[in-house]
Each structure stands twice: as C-alpha cells, then as structure tokens.
Write a protein that binds this ligand. Structure first.
Ligand SMILES: C[S@@+](CC[C@H](N)C(=O)[O-])C[C@H]1O[C@@H](n2cnc3c(N)ncnc32)[C@H](O)[C@@H]1O
Length: 212
C-alpha cells in the first residue's frame, strides 16, 4: 500500500540520531514542541482515562509523556519504550517511579497488554509502519484497548516534506489515507482523525485514534 519508500543506507538510523539529540539536550525542545499536540491527544483520550488504565508510550524519548500519564489518578501503570539509549538513560535519571525500556520497537514484546497505547512523532521513522500497527492491534492492546498516534511528517503537510534531507534521517512520507487504511486493515474500529494546530501552510499534527 502507498508508494515504496527507498530508505537511504547512508543515513544513520533514527535511533542513532535521537541518542545524539538526547546528549545535546534537544529532547527538551521536542517536549516543548510536541506539548500542544499531546495535550490534544490527551483530550481525545478522556473517555478512556475515567477508569483504571495501563499505558505504553511508543518512542517515548526522554519519557515526558510517560510521566504525564502517571499524573492522572486512574493511571495504574505507565511504561515507555525507546531505542535511543541516551533518551532512556535520561528518562531513568529523571524518574525512578515508572519503567523505561531501551529496545527497538520491532524487536520487543511488552510484558503485558495495555488499555492505551500512545505514540508521538515516531511511526514515520519505520520502514514498514503497518508491521507495528498490526502488532499493536493483535498483541499489545488488550480487549477494548485504544491506540492513538500523532505525526507531523505526512504528504499533505508540505512544510514537513524536506525533513528527511534537513535532518539526514529516513522518513516514510505517506498521505493521511495511508495511515487510515493501515489502521483499518489492522482491524481497528471507530477510527477517527484530526489535524491539530493547523495554521497557514502548516497542516497540523495528524492525530489518528482507533479502538480494538
Ligand atoms: C521525534 S522523537 C519523539 C520522542 C517523543 N515521543 C517526544 O514526543 O518527545 C522519535 C523517537 O522515536 C524513537 N524511535 C524511532 N524509531 C525507533 C525504533 N525503531 N525503535 C525504538 N525507538 C525508535 C527515537 O529514538 C526517538 O526518541
């Protein structure tokens, strides 16, 4: 589905790039830059936060969203996974209450299933995002679980199109329909999407949510 993306072998992996970003403090810029979109996503998740829940943040960076979930009274367990070692070391140095795992998302199996799975600005770094979306649906979410993700890099968001070259990292540039179709094909129900924070040329964060 969608056009084939030729990832350049010459680019470092996203994991390598973001470990460097953590070293030079750029994780904090992401935390600030992504806050509005993540707040929007938390708002959409409200119906799922009323009763006790467990949550996994996929590509958690320095873990700020893991900690944000844990501030909610009904949050029983909040876990983060990221492949960038320096991001995870930073998360662990900031917080000993919640758990942070350093692993490649595609090589990892969670210790349990979750009520909520969240991911901000991660999915387009994957060569084949449908692999992860299918795994989340089939294995990582429990019955009636909910998956929500946000991405700023997508075909319709023209100001983001040059990012792979500007950042020197592979990105899977796909249109909104690609993401919705992948969710549908994985089996998700009640799929909704929004473009949060659109202004002028900026088409906003594409937020996609689906239920099991
Ligand atoms: C743009 S950052 C977003 C971090 C965090 N979600 C935030 O909003 O601050 C993308 C993150 O995804 C992680 N990542 C990308 N591909 C990954 C993979 N295959 N396995 C694990 N983590 C990955 C990177 O290490 C990086 O920390």
């Amino acid at each position: 589905m969608g056009k084939t993306i030729n990832f350049k072998d010459t680019y470092p992996s996203a994991i390598t790039l973001f470990s460097k970003w953590a070293e030079i403090g750029k994780d904090e810029g992401m935390e600030k830059g992504h806050a509005k979109s993540v707040n929007f996503m938390f708002d959409k998740l409200k119906p799922f936060l009323q009763t006790p829940f467990s949550v996994l943040d996929v590509g958690c960076g320095n873990g700020w969203v893991v900690r944000k979930f844990k501030e909610i009274e009904t949050c029983e367990r909040s876990l983060g996974i990221d492949g960038a070692e320096k991001m995870i070391l930073k998360a662990q140095s900031l917080d000993s209450e919640n758990q942070y795992v350093c692993a490649d998302i595609l090589q990892w199996s969670p210790p349990q299933q979750f009520n909520i799975i969240h991911s901000m600005e991660v999915l387009y770094y994957l060569k084949n995002p449908s692999e992860l979306i299918n795994t989340i649906y089939s294995n990582w979410l429990n019955q009636k679980g909910c998956f929500i993700f946000g991405i700023d890099h997508y075909t319709e968001n023209l100001p983001s199109i040059n990012w792979p070259m500007e950042c020197g990292v592979n990105m899977n540039t796909q249109p909104i329909d690609y993401w919705l179709t992948n969710m549908k094909e994985a089996g998700f129900k009640n799929i909704q999407h929004w473009q949060s924070g659109a202004k002028d040329e900026w088409m906003g964060t594409l937020v996609v949510m689906g239920e099991k």
